[in-house]
Design a protein. Sequence first.
Length: 70
Amino acid sequence: MLSLINSTMGTLPAACAKVLRFHIEGWDVKEIAQKLGKSQSTVYTQKQKAIDVLKSKLKEYSLKLFIFFI
């Protein structure tokens, strides 16, 4: 699962991947915005985009596993 997450993060735009990494490390949106010199709304949007991509990939992965084991 971690391998899938890491490989998916490699397909994200660089800014989204960076924001997601900070989020995973426990930083909040305000801290990330200050660190990257971006607005909080930009950070939130990039984080949400990254999470949506991860959800989509994980959903595809779980469906493939389900079909495989049937």
